[in-house]
Design a protein around this ligand. Structure first.
Ligand SMILES: Nc1nc2c(c(=O)[nH]1)N[C@H]1C(S)=C(S)[C@@H](COP(=O)(O)OP(=O)(O)OC[C@H]3O[C@@H](n4cnc5c(N)ncnc54)[C@H](O)[C@@H]3O)O[C@H]1N2
Ligand code: MOO
Ligand code: MG
Length: 424
């Protein structure tokens, strides 16, 4: 059995990023929300675009107001009013000032802004009562924050609110982003029914497909839902072939253990898949099966798919399936989707346990629960009730998985452990 680290490294090697030429689409600015930038963005405008005022006040020449005070004010003639959005019409000469407002363009001749609280107005004359500290006071110089032609955003960046603001400011209205990964999901098992079907004795609702759909949608991945497939070799063969032909990644659940009806690994091999992982020393999640399908050069049937398909045969137990996703699938999908390497995860924090944790050892054990930040320290609270991989009920509100190495079978309250953060 592979260790978790060995399995992680195999998975991350198999997961290859989308192609920065072929797997790119150009979308309108707002449609880029949540997408991943596929090429560097360079602006053609300085920012600020031009010198402008940081305050409501008066644009002046520093030399005219240097050393003035309430007792010895500088007295200037106001020659123009410049609201935000208007181009100044005059050059401020010595002895003159322009009324100016926050964000308005600086007039030629002026190099400093005095805020209006430091002035007194009499008709069209303004008395400057406080000497500005230095020239350029309260001026936001053009290009101070960004110079045109230099890199603005790097490839692999997610377009969230701040990045959207940057793109809008740079008038980048067409954004090159990676296409969404296509991930096929299906559930295997004769016992499975969908949530709206009657529950005959012995049956079980297929929760995995619903959990996986949410996980994928939240990651910005396009799920291709292929339904429930019975424990039958022919049906599985057809479903796996179809999934591999239509997706960059396939996630199936169930049928990967050693039971008589666990056919997935055999069919993967029959179909030419290279099985790279067939079990991992992780609890829950031991029978995780990973295979690689080489599609070769792109063909007409799959013009928009990556050249290889990565297949994850996840264990059927609902917690095992999700733990394997959080630990292995999510980082692989992040890498494949084009994200910058520092965002692939998984993300671990050191947290203080607020209760004891037990594990039978031998496998790296993941205990689910909640992470809280208490006075700057992460605290881990294991889910109450049974830590059983078939118990999906107490999985609700999980935000962290405490990791017990195979040799650590007992963590006492107050002890610190590594906790894998999971999105919640
Ligand atoms: N003799 C052994 N038996 C088992 C072993 C073992 O090492 N030796 N490993 C156990 C472990 S660990 C796990 S995990 C499971 C994994 O089994 P499979 O991946 O083959 O999955 P199934 O047998 O099809 O189902 C397991 C369990 O999960 C329920 N299930 C399946 N699909 C769904 C779904 N879509 N939604 C909700 N629940 C689902 C299914 O009804 C079973 O109860 O094998 C152990 N056995
Ligand atoms: O490892 Mo299984 O995944 O215990 O339930
Ligand atoms: Mg089984």
């Amino acid at each position: 059995m592979l260790s978790v680290k060995e399995a992680e490294s195999i998975v991350l090697n198999l997961a290859q990023p989308l192609d920065s030429q072929r797997d790119v689409e150009t979308v309108d600015l707002l449609a880029a929300s949540g997408r991943i930038l596929a090429a560097a963005v360079t602006g053609s405008l300085d920012f600020p675009y031009w010198d402008n005022s940081a305050m409501d006040g008066y644009a002046v020449r520093f030399a005219d107001v240097e050393n003035c005070s309430a007792e010895k004010p500088a007295v200037l003639e106001v020659v123009e009013e410049i609201p935000a959005g208007y181009q100044p019409q005059n050059t401020v000469q010595s002895g003159q000032a322009a009324r100016i407002f926050t964000g308005a363009m600086m007039p030629a001749g002026a190099d400093t802004v005095v805020m209006q609280e430091d002035t007194r107005c009499e008709g069209d004359r303004i008395f400057i009562l406080v000497s500005p500290e230095k020239p350029q006071a309260f001026v936001r110089p053009g290009g101070a924050f960004y110079q045109a032609g230099t890199p603005l955003l790097t490839p692999g960046t997610v377009i969230n609110a701040p990045e959207m603001a940057v793109l809008a400011t740079a008038q980048c209205i067409q954004v090159p982003v990676y296409r969404r990964l296509r991930v096929a999901i299906f559930s295997t098992g004769d016992e499975l029914v969908s949530p709206d079907e009657p529950l005959a004795p012995g049956k079980l609702v297929d929760s995995n497909q619903y959990a996986l759909t949410v996980l994928l949608v939240q990651m910005g991945v396009e799920p291709i839902r292929l339904g429930i497939v019975p424990d039958n070799e022919d049906a599985l063969n057809k479903a796996i072939s179809r999934a591999v032909a239509t997706a960059d990644v396939v996630l199936s659940t169930g049928g990967v253990s050693v039971g008589d009806y666990d056919y997935v690994e055999k069919i993967l091999a029959d179909l030419g898949g290279k099985v790279q992982i067939s079990s991992v020393a992780i609890k829950p999640g031991k029978p995780l099966t990973v295979a690689e399908f080489k599609r070769g050069e792109k063909n007409d049937d799959s013009p928009s798919l990556s050249s290889d398909c990565l297949y994850f045969g996840l264990p059927g137990n609902p917690v095992s399936a999700l733990v394997c996703c959080w630990r292995f699938v999510v980082p692989a999908l992040r890498k494949m989707s084009g994200l910058a390497a520092d965002a692939w995860g998984p993300e671990f924090v050191k947290a203080r346990c607020n209760a004891e944790l037990r594990s039978p050892g031998r496998r790296e054990t993941y205990v689910w629960g909640k992470l809280h930040l208490v006075a700057g320290v992460w605290e881990f609270e294991p889910a109450s009730g049974s830590q059983n991989s078939a118990n999906l009920i107490n999985l609700a509100n999980t935000s962290g998985l405490a990791v017990l190495p195979p040799t650590d079978t007992w963590i006492v309250p107050g002890e610190f452990v590594e906790v894998l953060k999971v999105s919640h």
